[in-house]
Design a protein around this ligand. Structure first.
Ligand code: NFS
Length: 650
């Protein structure tokens, strides 16, 4: 470290592996890391934080305040709302472009141009085809895949009318979107529209702009993200519960360590195959290694964890720390959440950084050309580069932390259906019944990033722990899920010990843990469907807004998280955020987001920086929903005699 840290490693991180690597980074002379850079940045610019810096035309930039509109007359309300809409559009574009690449891959596979990619889950393919209204009975597998790829392509291109995928939502929700005029048309069109209306001199009505944010976010959650999850399941397999491990201790001292990092799973799937290839093993042995050890960072990690049990080295803020172990031969980055600093950190060690997507190159990183048709060949070449780099490892610089925890991941809705109802009576009924009887108070999705401005993982862990102790079932995705994996919360045994008595009883009876890892951030679409299935199962309202469910993104940082928050709220699910959007400069926008939205879409945002307070608000919210459903009536417990039993008609 060039200068002393402003916060000590223990003030930055809760897990011992990260603390050790922060100390090691300082000792090794790593110039800086996300935490030290955050501290160096100091207090952020007030205009930026408040969302009232307007940079969209060259009469500015304008520093807008209540007393000083921009040169064009734009007020704080307009500028804050406009900036937020642009962020939601950016987040939506990331998830949706990821989806587009998968649509292309599905089309390639359907046309026999997919190389080693294939339809891994035909049941999911046919179920998806039916869900999106394709008559699939008489279609061959690849024909069916081709038709689905065409339909999904059309979802991007659509110019008029609403996205077909919105029909997956309960009817009353679709009616809300129609009434509020926020049902999106084609995904591409909706993003273009968002960029257009936020140009200088177009939309100045903050209410209209925020509605635009909800609209584009719906195109993400129910559009791009839903499509990405569906195709990933079809091509790479629908996740099933799988055992694995998490934290930097998954790196191996005597193996070639390769980290996959980013979000798009296509290349990584081939790296998994290639890592088991006898030729690759032999090559590793030839340099004195026991094999190739693949591990992941961020959501690419979640994708291969869920499907193949590939261990997770860390979440977002551990990407640099993984390199600091000195034991990583190579890191392949694809898109999103990959820090610009990686090549710089890697300079202190022997680690090679590769970029595999033409959209996401980085100075100091080697670009590799990845064509899906040649996917396996490309994956093998990458692993050979890693193997060739193994002899360059400097043993004096290697210190792999001991910490790693076992976990169980892979709870797709398809799996939850089977776990709850059995293979032949697939059903969410037992969960609904447990919620109705009050043994489970409700469901909270704890999702999102970790943020270098705070203490990594702390809020996520406190919230998760406290919620399950209060008999709230917790669903997780993204870096929040990895945080819980590192803390050991994703093993049924540990989680059950922490769970409240009635939640524990239910989880033990149906065989699910109280904290369910449901995938990557794109897989937040699974959460939308989980709530939809709960509603469709009956007894918990007719719309998502009536069910006792809520979302939380305690340590969020990405524009993608902003889009996710908006599509949860647009779907009728309240969202708790650990810190506010950059819109606080406008009282009206804040009032709208944290209040008035409830009358438009049946949900709103809550900004809560204190985890204890968040627990209270979440539990109050769930109880409010339960009261409204009339399921909170005290049912007197009574021992049944034979006469009572006969009257039960069961
Ligand atoms: Ni989500 Fe996954 Fe993590 Fe945040 Fe980034 S990796 S897509 S954006 S940081 S949860």
């Amino acid at each position: 470290m060039a200068e002393e840290r402003q916060r000590s490693p223990r003030e930055i991180a809760v897990d011992e592996a990260s603390i050790a690597m922060l100390e090691k980074a300082d000792a090794d002379g790593v110039e800086n890391d996300a935490f030290s850079r955050a501290d160096e940045q100091g207090k952020p610019c007030v205009f930026g934080t408040d969302g009232v810096c307007c940079r969209i035309c060259h009469m500015g930039p304008c520093k807008i305040s209540e007393y000083a509109p921009g040169v064009c007359g734009a007020t704080v309300d307009t500028v804050a709302a406009r900036n937020l809409l642009r962020q939601v559009a950016a987040g939506t574009s990331a998830h949706s472009d990821h989806a587009r690449h998968l649509v292309h891959l599905l089309a390639d596979v359907a046309q026999g141009r997919g190389g080693h990619y294939r339809i891994s889950d035909e049941t999911r393919l046919r179920a998806a085809a039916r869900l999106w209204g394709i008559e699939e009975h008489d279609l061959e597998t690849l024909e069916c895949a081709g038709r689905l790829a065409e339909l999904f392509t059309e979802e991007f291109r659509l110019q008029d009318g609403s996205l077909k995928t919105l029909e997956l939502a309960p009817k009353p929700r679709q009616a809300v979107w129609k009434r509020a005029e926020i049902a999106p048309s084609g995904i591409d069109r909706t993003i273009v529209e968002a960029m257009h209306r936020t140009n200088m001199g177009v939309d100045h009505d903050y209410r209209n702009l925020i509605k635009g944010a909800l609209k584009v976010a719906i195109a993400d959650g129910w559009g791009g993200s839903m499509i990405a999850t569906t195709i990933s399941d079809i091509l790479f397999g629908t996740p099933k519960p799988v055992k694995s491990r998490a934290n930097l201790g998954v790196l191996e001292a005597d193996m070639v360590n390769v980290l996959v990092h980013g979000h798009e799973p296509a290349l990584t799937e081939m790296l998994v195959v290639a890592s088991h290839d006898p030729e690759i093993r032999a090559a590793a042995a030839a340099v004195g290694a026991k094999g190739v050890n693949l591990a992941g960072i961020c959501c690419t990690a979640n994708e291969v964890l869920m499907r193949h049990g590939v261990p997770v080295a860390g979440n977002f803020l551990q990407q640099e720390l993984a390199i600091v172990t000195g034991a990583v031969e190579l890191m392949v980055t694809d898109v999103q959440c990959c820090m610009a600093s990686l090549p710089e950190v890697a300079k202190c060690y022997h680690t090679k950084i590769l970029t595999s997507n033409p959209l996401a190159r980085n100075d100091g990183a080697e670009a590799v050309h990845f064509e899906p048709e040649q996917g396996l060949k490309c994956a093998k070449e990458i692993l050979r580069k890693a193997i060739a780099n193994y002899p360059h490892r400097d043993p004096k610089k290697v210190a792999i932390p001991n910490q790693q925890k076992p976990l169980v991941a892979g709870f797709s809705n398809e799996t939850i259906f089977e776990m709850l109802g059995g293979r032949f009576r697939r059903s969410f009924r037992p969960l609904n019944d447990a919620i109705i009887t009050g043994r489970v108070r409700g469901v909270c999705a704890v999702v999102g990033c970790t943020n270098a401005r705070g203490k990594m993982d702390e809020y996520i862990l406190t919230l998760t722990q406290e919620l399950i102790a209060r008999n709230v079932l917790v669903l997780q995705t993204g870096c929040a899920a990895v945080a819980c994996g590192k803390a050991g919360f994703l093993t049924p045994e540990t989680a059950l010990e922490m769970a409240g008595p009635t939640l524990r009883e239910v989880c033990e009876a149906v065989g699910i843990p109280p904290v369910l890892h449901m995938g990557s951030c794109v897989d937040n679409s699974r959460l939308l469907m989980a709530v939809t299935y709960i509603v469709e199962e009956g007894g918990l309202g007719a719309d998502l807004s009536e069910a006792p469910v809520i979302g939380a993104a305690p340590e969020w940082m990405s524009e993608k998280a902003i889009a996710i928050g908006h599509y949860f709220v647009a779907s009728g699910v309240d969202v708790v955020l650990g810190h506010p959007f950059h819109t606080m400069g406008s009282k009206n926008v804040t009032k709208l987001l944290c209040g008035e939205l409830e009358s438009i879409v049946g949900a709103k945002f809550h900004y809560i920086s204190n985890p204890a307070r968040a627990v209270e608000v979440i539990c109050e919210h769930l109880e409010k929903k339960r009261n409204a459903l009339g399921i909170n009536k005290q049912v007197e417990r009574k021992l049944l005699d034979m006469k009572d039993r006969r009257e039960l008609h069961v």
